[in-house]
Design a protein around this ligand. Structure first.
Ligand SMILES: NC(=O)c1ccc[n+]([C@@H]2O[C@H](COP(=O)([O-])OP(=O)(O)OC[C@H]3O[C@@H](n4cnc5c(N)ncnc54)[C@H](O)[C@@H]3O)[C@@H](O)[C@H]2O)c1
Length: 334
């Protein structure tokens, strides 16, 4: 059993594996009005567990703590969120990863980085194997995230080669599930929230771009296996079940029995035209493959978003353009 491990993420730390594998979990997040999609509510039921503690810490600042394993997930992942403050996003992936690697080196901890399919950019190879080097615009609106993760991967292997830090790199493809923030801004949450309210389901572009969607419990299982296995090269974790975005919108519309119209809006800059993981390496090296079908995962996500809507009333999901939070109006006394 791992004595102590830290997990930098409030969404994924909700899922049960950390308590099962670690004697003590320290979960971290960074809070700001818009950058964080994690919510304390997601881990409320763990807060009093004797093996769990939560600390609010920004990974761009160094930290001293004794741990055996570090799951370094800190980073906004949704385009409108990471584009809101691109400088902070790149600092999180660069300074944050250096700080975590420095910690891993000092305390001899094994460290797992959650990299992304975005490092493949707009891929010319389909599906994407780990050997593909990618096609990324260095100066586009997505580059703060894509290039931040690419350099984070480079840092991981530099620390491994120079300082013998044990590293693991997961290249995660689109993941969804309950407890996502309703304003996450990615297709799964946007489409479900729009469909459940019979609002227009908005697609940016002509909808022919493809995506592959994996359910969160499969990802957590994959991260756990990768962390505790022997393989230290980058590994794709995703579900190869591929949809055009337009078909996916229709699928959600049918599942929610919605009266929404599907509406096409202008394409967002540098939006990848296709995405599908080649997961042969994950099968071979860590004996992992997704178990939850997209349909079953969507049923859970729809149930969750319906309960959020029941609780909060109308929700207008976040669009792809970075939008600053509205200033709170302070009511003047009459
Ligand atoms: N969800 C996906 O589809 C997906 C796909 C590829 C990669 N990933 C990667 O997985 C990780 C988690 O993704 P997610 O969807 O849960 O993201 P999210 O945006 O929902 O959550 C990000 C978390 O990181 C924390 N965070 C952000 N900046 C921080 C900082 N400077 N210091 C400390 N904490 C900080 C936030 O508080 C939040 O809890 C990210 O690294 C992301 O790049 C996710």
């Amino acid at each position: 059993m791992v004595e102590k491990c830290i997990v930098f993420d409030l969404v994924l730390s909700e899922y049960p594996f950390p308590i099962a594998i670690a004697h003590q979990i320290v979960s971290f997040c960074f809070t700001s009005p818009f950058i964080t999609a994690g919510s304390k509510k997601n881990i409320a039921h763990w807060l009093h567990h004797p093996n769990f503690s939560l600390r609010i810490h920004d990974v761009t600042e160094p930290i001293m703590i004794e741990v055996d394993q570090i799951y370094h997930l800190a980073c906004p992942a949704s385009p409108p969120h990471y584009q809101y403050n691109p400088v902070k996003t790149i600092k999180t992936s660069t300074m944050g990863t250096i700080n975590m690697l420095g910690l891993a080196k000092r305390v001899k901890a094994r460290m797992l980085l959650t990299s992304t399919s975005e490092i493949y950019g707009d891929p010319e190879v389909h599906p994407q194997p780990e050997t593909y080097w990618g096609n990324v615009n260095t100066i586009g609106p997505r580059s703060c995230y894509d290039e931040g993760k690419r350099v984070a991967e480079t840092m991981m292997y530099s620390y491994r080669n120079q300082n013998n830090v044990e590293v693991r790199v997961a290249r995660i493809f689109n993941t969804f599930g309950p407890r996502m923030h309703p304003n996450d801004g990615r297709v799964v949450s946007n489409f479900i929230i729009q469909a459940l309210q019979d609002k227009d389901i908005t697609i940016y572009g002509d909808g022919t771009q493809t995506r592959s969607f994996q359910y969160v419990s499969d990802l957590v299982d994959g991260l756990h296996k990768l962390m505790n296995g022997d393989y230290d090269g980058p590994v794709n974790l995703g579900n190869p079940d591929e949809y055009t975005v337009k078909d996916f919108a229709s699928y959600i519309k049918d599942m929610t029995k919605s009266d929404s119209e599907i509406k096409l809006l202008p394409k967002s800059t540098d939006d990848p035209s296709q995405r599908k993981p080649d997961i042969r390496l994950a099968k071979e090296k860590i004996d992992w493959a997704p178990k939850v079908t997209v349909r079953d995962g969507l049923k859970e996500a729809i149930r969750y978003f319906q309960s959020v809507l029941d609780e909060s009333g109308e929700i207008i999901p976040t669009g792809p353009g970075a939008a600053k939070p509205k200033k709170i109006k302070i009511q003047e006394e009459a």
